[in-house]
Design a protein around this ligand. Structure first.
Ligand code: SAH
Length: 359
């Protein structure tokens, strides 16, 4: 057994074709493998019955296939399910299945932990432990689709689980290509939404990608002072630079950029905030998604009353800004936004030192 056996889970289709070609295997077998692994959720080579016995033996000997393992599956009273996955190195991540919103949505993770330290997010308290690989990102979708019986049905993906997707750019974009491949899930890129804290150089890079997901920006504040306090990365990429980057995103191909705005009682939910928000987004094809805070122990903010949330939403709507309020799902199983955290994964001092903000 060679330690260099390529892991099919980490390969885009052309890479898998190349890996097979060097072993004298024809390219169309790569497409067959992709279909089994993604569309039918089969990971056991012996069950891939349209591959010859000899080919299956060859693949088993020369290649591997890693798949995240479900070690937890909790159901909320509202139908939301939170899965805990164990990865090859024993690290754990969480992913969430949110049914009927109105379509089916998987919320998946892109890192173990997160380096961004937003003031209201539990995942941020973990710090960054490590990036996920493309195979681990796409693998969550493979396993979730099989576990929820959705292999044959359309679903959406939101990259809103643990981690900052643009802080793990290459792996995330590779996973997007794998999930949109016509021989895999063949997902339309518009069914994938990437949510970012606002890493400006990465947004500009994303704007030039041939395969581009929908973009959601975690805004949360309308002045630099306010945003610096809530989303520390704003000190590096302030609002003006962030808005300028958003204007570079080709919106012709998609309808709008989503701006997520966590409502924190008495902090960023006043009428003055609403008016500033409208002004900030005036010349951008934007829609606002308000997220009333999901409170948690250790988070020094409170959720505003429903009345305050309504008043804020109405102020935006009256001024012509498209707005929705995100219904909180799965709070009883700690699966709601900002509540994903896996205990017992403390970082070593070396890992902490390695957690640098992107250049
Ligand atoms: N790192 C990415 C994606 C992960 S978080 C990002 O920041 O966009 C997905 C969304 O949940 C973000 O908008 C985030 O700010 C929000 N969120 C984090 N903690 C929250 C909390 N406690 N309550 C409500 N929303 C929260």
């Amino acid at each position: 057994m060679s330690p260099q056996r390529p892991d099919i889970a980490e390969l885009e289709l052309p890479e898998l074709e190349a890996a097979l070609a060097t072993r004298g295997v024809e390219a169309f077998h790569a497409r067959q493998l992709y279909r089994w692994i993604y569309r039918r959720g089969v990971t056991d080579f012996d069950r891939m019955t349209d591959l010859s016995r000899a080919l299956r033996a060859r693949v088993r000997e020369d290649l591997t296939l890693s798949t995240p393992r479900i070690v937890g599956d909790e159901r909320s009273t509202d139908g939301t399910r939170k899965f805990v996955f164990e990865l090859a190195d024993g690290r754990c991540i969480e992913s969430v299945f949110i049914p009927d919103t109105p379509s089916m949505t998987f919320c998946i993770s892109t890192q173990v932990g997160c380096a961004m330290s937003c003031g209201f997010c539990l995942t941020g308290k973990m710090g960054l432990i490590r990036n996920l690989t493309a195979g681990e990102i796409a693998g969550q979708v493979r396993v979730l689709a099989a576990a929820t019986g959705l292999l044959e049905q359309p679903f959406n993906i939101v990259l809103m689980g643990m981690g900052e997707p643009l802080h793990n750019y290459d792996a995330v974009m590779q996973a997007v290509r794998m999930l949109t491949d016509e021989h895999g899930f063949a997902m339309p890129p518009r069914r994938i939404t990437l949510s970012t804290v606002g890493l400006v150089p990465a947004i500009l890079r994303l704007a030039r990608e041939p395969v581009m997901p929908n973009l959601a920006i975690s805004l949360h504040g309308t002045t630099d002072e306010q945003r610096n306090a809530l989303v520390p990365v704003n000190r590096k990429y302030p609002l003006e630079a962030l808005m300028a980057a958003c204007r570079q995103v080709p919106i012709k191909r998609r309808d709008r950029i989503t701006f997520e705005y966590v409502l924190l009682d008495g902090v960023n939910d006043t009428p003055a905030d609403a008016r500033r928000l409208v002004r900030l987004l005036a010349d951008i094809r934007a829609k606002v998604n308000l997220i009333p805070l999901n409170p948690a122990p250790g988070i020094p903010f409170e959720r505003p009353s429903d009345d305050r949330v309504d008043r804020f939403a109405r102020m935006l709507a009256e001024r012509g800004t498209t707005v929705s309020v995100r219904k909180s799902r799965g709070r009883d199983i700690r699966a709601a936004c900002g509540q994903l955290i896996v205990d017992g994964q403390r970082r070593s001092p070396a890992q902490r030192a390695a957690t640098l903000l992107p250049a």
